[in-house]
Structures are given as structure tokens and as C-alpha cells.
Write a protein that binds this ligand. Structure first.
Ligand SMILES: CC(O)(O)CCCCCNCCCN
Ligand SMILES: [Zn+2]
Length: 664
């Protein structure tokens, strides 16, 4: 299934008609450069183009009041003076004779997107719209927003499709208070937002944007606010929040649909956000959400005011929606102290609502709520000259995102004779006889007692890894007689011949390679149900889960809160995913794991399985080909000893692996 792109240039036909410093950044060029970049990069053509429609009154009244709608309906006939007058009653927003029309198109575009995703015409998509929506409230426009596109879309799918649970991820740098107000007592809509806050000093300066506002009555726990109390947040800060707050809760919540308030003012260079996360981070944020809800993800443009980082971030998002491998998450360090403080506060505030956070630490000693009051007092803090600051931010530079080309072959498979090659995959076997030298070396190192068949298989694997290195093949699956031997051989080849870093993920109680773990060339993470005799060290991490990998909840929480942070910080060039017999892992969990790991190593993942594991071939290939993994359904609480085991591991390893930190 494809990716929808919904855009109409009519939405560029309104703009600010008078002087207002607060609104001057919201310009038509935002859409022009975004759509232009998609066309220029050949991305628009790869999407399914869906036409916009005008939202109806009924659509708008799903969230907004009649009196508000009636008032907005009058604006097309107002004079300039009347528009200015009308605008004064709201904050940081402007009206224009054509903005009501455009607001109906923005909402209509959003609803077209959710209709096409919900009816299975497409898997996911992006609605490139303005005016944005997440600040507008039942009876008020706010923050450039007229109608609350995403909040209405959530009500719309609940009403029209009987959707039980909707996750809204708001990665715009402003708090979408309009969305929060719409669902604060509604447990069926989980609203997650991070936002520049600076202890309530940043717009919209609301007390209810802080981490301790979690929703009301039945909705308690279904509002997650992550305040950024400092600027210059980086990729590591954003990923830490995904790994240790959003993803664990999202998997426990198990939404039927994911809506994204896709604001890109959280990217570097933006005058509003003043953050330092690079556009390619949106490749990962998108990818990490794409295995939820069976892949049903609707991204709707909110903010983004640096025309260069906006266009790049939009392209990164669409690349990922199309299933293109993400660029490697280069040189991540740990979250900064301020981000850690927010992370700990949010996890602590939600401890009692989400079993995945049950073991979260208490509020940090330096309780940041007191800072809120103190800082609010000394308002006259020196304000950097606005113009100077804007010049500095506009002068920010960052590396051009790497080109994301999908290799000619997406997935190659090495199978025993007589096993059919799954469709869409390419059967891989050695074109010519194995190089005698290579075989000789293999014999010496790995296959003393094995027969010639092994030699051919191992030579095929080496050839396959070489083609992945050259980006001729993206990913691979091999069914082999002896997974441990194959694992050691591939790891050895990849680290020596190709001088790469290899992340080896072992699932099941097989044997793990000890080689390479001391010099950091290999990082081995081994999930099993048995206490390991292996000596834990920085690069050899045994994860012992009571029920092994058979308990979906315990396992997926270990993947999200432990394996992904390790993998992203390690940043391998190849991922080796090995399933040893008796792992007990079920297909859908295995597919989630395979899907999530493809965010690493530019998607270069080689899966090794025992040759008699025939049933796993199709689900594994489906995931390697970029199909979304099936939803795991609502997860019950993980076995307490597993949550504890992962928590203890994190505490022990966080000195070496900064992305594992969850407390100051
Ligand atoms: C969609 C959105 O969240 O990006 C809208 C942001 C509105 C910002 C209002 N204040 C602007 C102050 C200018 N320095
Ligand atoms: Zn914003």
C-alpha cells in the first residue's frame, strides 16, 4: 500500500495584510517550498496524490462551537479594518478574506487523508496544509490556527469508523493546547506533546502545559506533556523521550490509528524553536511510529518557519513514510541535563497510569516546579536583542541530509534447496563457485567439522554482506543449518574485511559470539530466558527475561527501553538479527523487532534463522520489505521481574551508554 500526499496550492492564497511581529513568520512560502522540495526530490511522484475537499459545517462542529463557526463565516466579507478588529479578540493569529476557505481546505485535506488510510486505500500519508490547527480551541482561534485539524480528525475517526484508541503525537515545538483541551477527559485519545516551555516563560505560557498535567477524570494519564525548559535541544534529547516515554506508553496503549501534529519548528534553524535537532531526525521519529496501529499513520503539517529546515524535514518524513531506509543516526550522545530532568519528571508523573513506567524514579530532587514560580517573578531577565537573535538563528548551518536511495534489491534471501523464495524477494546464491581462498579461510576459522554445503552457504552470506556494504542490497534473510556458526562467520567478516561495527541481536537460548565484543567492533545483545554464563561487559549484554521472548509485553519493553537506545548510540553499519531455536518469540513480536531495527544501519539488517524455521520466512520477509508489522494489541503489564531486570540493566549500563539514562 502506498503513501498519500494531500496538497492544494489554494492554501497558499492568504497572508498577513498588516504589521504584526508575532504573525509575520506564518507565510504562504512555507507550503510552496515544502511541496516544491517534495517534487524536486522525486518524492511527490512516488506518493498517491489525493485531492483536498472542503470541510463541512458538521466536520468543524465536531470540535468547535456554532457561535465560533458563525463568527468565522463572516470574515470573507469583512473590510481590512473589520478583519483587524475581529483578530484582536484572539492571540497570535491573523484573519484574511480567504483564510476561512483555506481553513476548510486544511481540515478537508486532513479528513481526506484519514479516510484514505482508514479505508485501506493507502497505508499512511502527509497532509501539507495551512492554516495549522493544534492551538485552535472550541470557540477561539489561536497561534495561526483557525480550526483544529488533528483534534477534529480524531473525533471524526471515532465517530465514522468506531476507532477505539487514537494516538496523537505532537512534535511541533509549541504545545497544542487546543488538542489537549479537546481530550483531557477522554481515555480513548492519547495526546503526547513536547514543547518549548522554559518554565512557562515561552508562548502560550500556560501552567497546564507542564509535565504534571496528565489529563482529568477518566482521561487521567492520557495527556503527556514534555516541557523543554532550555533551547538547543538535539537529536539525542528527542530520541531519549521517544525511547523512554512515548514508545513504551504507545505500545502499551496500542492505538488503532496514529495522528501526527507534524510541526517542524522543532528543527534546527527555526526562529520559534531555537532547537538544534537536524532534519534527518524526522526520518527516525516517523520510522519509530510506523509499526504502531498496523502502520496507519497520518501526518498533518502544523508549524515550521525556517524555509530550509522545513523543506528538508518534510522530505525526511515522506521518505520514511514511503519506507525508504533512514540515514544513520550519527554521533548521538546522551540527553542534556535539562532534558533528563524533564524526562524524569514526565516518567514520574505518569508512573501510576502506565505499567511500563511503574518502576520510574521519583521526581528529581531539584523539583523544577519551584523554578517555574521563581523565573516567572524575575521577568525583566535580559532579553537578547530580538533582531540579533533572529540573525544568529537564521545563520545556523547544518549538514545537508544524505541522499536516501533505496538499493536496487530491497531484500535478498539465502534458502536451503527446495524452499520457495517469497515474492518480492530476490533469491541470492553465489553466481560463481566460491572463491577457494575464501573457503580456505572459512575452513580454518569456522567450519572445521562441517561439510561443503556449509562452505557454500557461508560464502553466500559473505557475498551477501558485501553487496549490502555496497548498498546494492538493503536487507537479507538466510536459513542456515547452524545459526551460531553463521553468526560468528558474518560478524567476523563484517568487522574485519569490512571494518564495520556490527550490532548482533540474539533472540533465544543459543550460543553467542564472544569475539569482537572487547574492541567494540561488535555489540552483542542477547535476549534469553536463562541467566547467562556470559560475563556482561560494555559490548556483550545478556538480557535475561523470565518468560524469555514469549512474553510480548516484557520483550517489547526491553526492546524499546534498552535495545533501541543501545543500537542508536552504537550506530552500527550492519545489524545481525539471529533467532536461535526455542526463542518462543511470536511472529508479530518478531516483526515488530525486525521493523524497529531497520531504523539502524541504513536498513542493512541480515536475519539468520535455523533452516527448519520455515514458518518465519514470510512474516520476516514482509517486515524486511518494509511492510508494517501487525499491531500487538493492548499489552498487559510486563512481568514485574522483567521490568526490574531491564531497569537494573539500564542502571548498570548507563555509565557506558548515555541514551539509557532516564534520571539525572
Ligand atoms: C502551529 C504553530 O504551533 O507553529 C503556531 C505557533 C504560534 C506561535 C505564536 N507566537 C509567535 C511569537 C513570534 N515570536
Ligand atoms: Zn509550532
Amino acid at each position: 500500500m502506498g503513501t498519500a500526499l494531500i496538497y492544494d496550492e489554494e492554501m497558499t492564497r492568504y497572508k498577513l495584510l498588516w504589521v504584526d511581529p508575532a504573525c509575520k513568520i506564518e507565510v504562504p512560502e512555507r507550503l510552496v517550498v515544502s511541496y516544491g522540495a517534495l517534487v524536486e526530490n522525486g518524492l511527490a511522484d512516488r506518493c498517491v496524490s489525493i485531492p483536498v475537499r472542503e470541510a463541512t459545517d458538521a466536520d468543524i462542529l465536531l470540535v468547535h462551537s456554532e457561535e465560533y463557526l458563525e463568527a468565522v463565516k463572516k470574515t470573507p466579507y469583512m473590510t481590512l479594518e473589520e478583519l483587524k478588529e475581529f483578530t484582536l479578540q484572539y492571540g497570535d493569529v491573523y484573519f484574511h478574506p480567504n483564510i476561512y476557505h483555506c481553513a476548510k481546505l486544511a481540515l478537508g485535506a486532513t479528513l481526506q487523508l484519514v479516510d484514505n488510510v482508514m479505508t485501506g486505500k493507502v497505508r499512511n500519508g502527509l497532509a501539507l496544509v495551512r492554516p495549522p490547527g493544534h492551538h485552535s480551541m472550541r470557540s477561539a482561534a489561536s497561534g495561526f490556527c483557525i480550526f483544529n485539524n488533528v483534534a477534529i480528525a480524531a473525533q471524526y475517526v471515532k465517530q465514522k469508523y468506531g476507532v477505539k484508541r487514537v494516538l496523537i503525537v505532537d512534535w511541533d515545538i509549541h504545545h497544542g493546547q487546543g488538542v489537549q483541551y479537546s481530550f483531557e477527559d477522554d481515555p480513548s485519545v492519547l495526546y503526547f506533546s513536547w514543547h518549548r516551555y522554559e518554565h512557562q516563560k515561552f508562548w502560550p505560557n500556560l501552567r497546564e502545559s507542564d509535565f504534571d498535567v496528565v489529563g482529568k477524570e477518566k482521561g487521567a494519564g492520557s495527556t503527556i506533556n514534555v516541557p523543554w525548559n532550555k533551547v538547543k535541544m538535539q537529536n539525542s534529547d528527542y530520541l531519549s523521550i521517544f525511547f523512554h516515554v512515548l514508545l513504551p506508553v504507545a505500545y502499551e496503549f496500542s492505538p488503532d490509528l496514529v495522528l501526527v501534529c507534524a510541526g517542524f519548528d522543532s528543527a534546527i534553524g527555526d526562529p520559534e524553536g531555537e532547537m538544534c535537532a537536524t532534519p534527518d531526525i524526522f526520518a527516525h521519529l516517523t520510522h519509530l511510529l510506523m509499526n504502531l496501529a498496523g502502520g496507519k499513520l497520518c501526518a498533518v503539517l502544523e508549524g515550521g518557519y525556517n524555509l530550509k529546515s522545513l523543506a528538508q524535514s518534510v522530505c525526511q518524513t515522506v521518505h520514511s513514510l514511503l519506507g525508504d531506509p533512514a540515514p544513520r543516526p550519527a554521533n548521538l550522545e546522551g540527553p542534556c541535563n535539562s532534558a533528563l530532568e524533564s524526562l524524569q519528571c514526565v516518567r514520574s508523573a505518569h508512573r501510576k497510569y502506565w505499567s511500563c513506567l511503574k518502576h520510574a524514579a521519583d521526581l528529581p530532587t531539584s523539583d523544577i516546579s519551584t523554578k517555574r514560580i521563581k523565573l516567572a517573578e524575575d521577568e525583566e531577565e535580559e532579553k537578547l536583542d530580538e533582531v540579533e537573535k533572529e540573525k544568529l538563528i537564521a545563520a545556523m548551518v547544518w549538514p545537508q541530509p544524505v541522499k536516501r536511495v533505496t538499493p536496487p534489491t530491497r531484500t535478498a534471501v539465502v534458502l536451503p534447496d527446495g524452499v520457495a523464495c517469497p515474492d518480492r524477494c530476490k533469491h541470492f546464491s553465489l553466481s560463481e563457485d566460491p572463491d577457494p581462498l575464501v573457503v580456505q579461510k572459512l575452513r580454518e576459522n569456522f567450519i572445521k567439522d562441517a561439510d561443503d554445503k556449509d562452505a557454500v552457504t557461508l560464502s553466500s552470506l559473505i557475498a551477501l554482506v558485501d553487496k549490502m556494504e555496497k548498498n546494492e542490497i538493503c536487507s537479507g534473510l538466510a536459513l542456515v543449518r547452524d545459526v551460531s556458526m553463521a553468526m560468528r562467520c558474518v560478524a567476523q567478516h563484517a568487522t574485519t574485511a569490512l571494518s564495520n561495527r556490527v550490532l548482533v541481536v540474539c533472540v533465544g537460548d543459543g550460543i553467542v559470539p564472544h569475539r569482537g565484543t572487547d574492541d567494540g567492533k561488535t555489540l552483542v545483545v542477547h535476549f534469553s530466558s536463562k541467566e547467562s554464563e556470559e560475563q556482561e561487559c560494555k559490548y556483550l549484554i545478556p538480557v535475561c527475561l523470565k518468560k524469555g521472548c514469549s512474553d510480548a509485553s516484557g520483550f517489547i519493553q526491553a526492546v524499546l527501553g534498552l535495545l533501541l537506545p543501545l543500537g542508536y548510540e552504537y550506530d552500527p553499519s550492519l545489524v545481525l538479527l539471529v533467532q536461535t531455536p526455542g526463542s518462543g518469540i511470536c511472529d508479530s513480536v518478531w516483526q515488530q523487532l525486525t521493523g524497529l531495527l531497520q531504523g539502524l544501519a541504513q536498513g542493512h539488517i541480515l536475519v539468520l534463522m535455523q533452516e527448519d524455521e520455515r514458518t518465519c520466512i514470510d512474516p520476516t520477509c514482509s517486515s524486511l520489505l518494509g511492510d508494517a508489522a501487525p499491531s500487538l494489541g493492548q499489552l498487559h503489564a510486563a512481568p514485574p521481574e522483567d521490568v526490574e531486570a531491564v531497569e537494573n540493566l539500564r542502571q548498570r549500563l548507563k555509565a557506558d551508554w548515555k541514551l539509557l539514562q532516564t534520571t539525572e
